[in-house]
Design a protein around this ligand. Structure first.
Ligand SMILES: [Zn+2]
Ligand SMILES: [Zn+2]
Length: 350
């Protein structure tokens, strides 16, 4: 153990290799220590827009000046709206807080349904019925089932006959489980040239389509962006799935021009998913604010292949919150009737 300054710490490693730092502090210094250890350097040192003469000019200086009994009190003293820990990145949140313009962020309890999920029709572990009743029993209003399309052979993608079979089963289950509703979706592969899997007639049979890239991932930025832009411009595309294809700690994902892709989603009113699987978290939170500023709705999609996968939505909520995502801009915070009306209105335009 080393001792330095007002507290002591020991750096160690756990069995998993994740480093842990333990800090100790006198009780009266706890809040200040917690505060300083939470936000990044930019958050602590951004100049406070409304600091008066002789007043501390940064949050770090406030934390050095006096002991606080809550973080809320510290922000209030500094003339700021309270900033939740996940926003303390030095990315403009201080300026917004000075004007009390940080919105109320999305919460887990705001979500009313779950879109983009798989069943045993493709590569999921649970049947359509199991996926639906589990979600209903967890208090949600709707399920979007998005099994893989036929181009995804490796994932048991659905040919046209199996699509029709699944849609008949959905009709039966909807009659039985109402008011809970299953939306007929598909995770349609974006093919190499940017077109979508299936012919137009079959694509018309879905309530909504998540368009995703799963093959030929080795692309430069120009090619990947062009492929996505073509898919986004396709009127059958309701949502863009995992935009970069990254797998955190495993695979970087293909490079894309985020602004061009998000701008195109705004132009064509395509929803972007925050794929909530913790290996993906794709769209990355750093682009959420830009998407929101362009008026693009986001959807917290767990991409569940198992009933336990729905719980991943909480990671998507956390990622969205880091980008200041609100309930209003979250597609699956809509009620079942609102979601149904949205899908129906889009289909009319086809
Ligand atoms: Zn996918
Ligand atoms: Zn999927």
């Amino acid at each position: 153990m080393r001792r330095s300054g007002p507290w002591a710490w020991c750096g160690t490693a756990t069995d998993s290799g994740v480093g842990v730092t333990v800090r100790m502090t006198a009780p009266e210094g706890f809040i200040n220590q917690l505060f300083v250890a939470t936000g990044n350097e930019a958050h602590l040192t951004t100049a406070l827009p409304q600091a008066g003469p002789g007043q501390p000019s940064t949050l770090r200086q406030w934390a050095k000046r006096e002991h606080f009994t809550s973080e809320e009190a510290l922000y209030e003293k500094a003339g700021l709206q309270y900033i939740v820990p996940e926003l303390r990145e030095g990315l403009g949140e201080i300026e917004l807080a000075a004007e009390h313009k940080i919105p109320i962020l999305l919460q887990d309890s705001d979500l009313r349904g779950s879109l983009h999920n798989h069943s045993t029709y493709s590569d999921g572990s649970h049947s359509l019925r199991q996926m639906a009743t589990f979600l209903r029993d967890a208090g949600y209003e709707y399920l979007g089932i998005c099994d893989h399309s036929q181009a995804a052979h490796y994932a048991n993608g659905l040919g046209p006959e199996r699509v029709r079979q699944q849609q008949r089963e959905i009709d039966e289950l909807n009659a039985e489980l109402a008011p809970f509703r299953i939306f007929k979706g598909i995770e349609a592969d974006i093919l190499g040239d940017g077109s979508l899997d299936y012919d137009e007639a079959l694509r018309d049979s879905f309530d909504f389509i998540v368009a995703s890239i799963h093959s030929n991932l080795k692309m430069d930025e120009a090619r990947a962006t062009e492929r996505l832009l073509r898919a986004i411009a396709n009127p059958h595309t309701t949502m863009l799935g995992h935009p970069t294809g990254r797998l955190l700690l495993r695979r970087a994902g293909y490079p894309i021009d985020f602004k061009a892709v998000i701008d195109a989603c705004a132009q064509h009113q395509v929803i972007i998913e925050i794929n909530a699987n913790p290996w993906r978290l794709d769209l990355d939170w750093r682009w959420v604010r830009y998407a929101l500023a362009q008026g693009v709705q986001l959807s917290i999609n767990p991409d569940a292949h198992h009933t336990s996968g729905y719980a991943d939505m909480r990671y998507g909520v956390l990622a969205g919150r880091k980008g200041m995502l609100t309930k209003k801009m979250t597609f699956n915070a809509k009620s079942v009737d609102e979601a149904a009306a949205y899908f129906a209105a889009r289909k009319v335009k086809l």
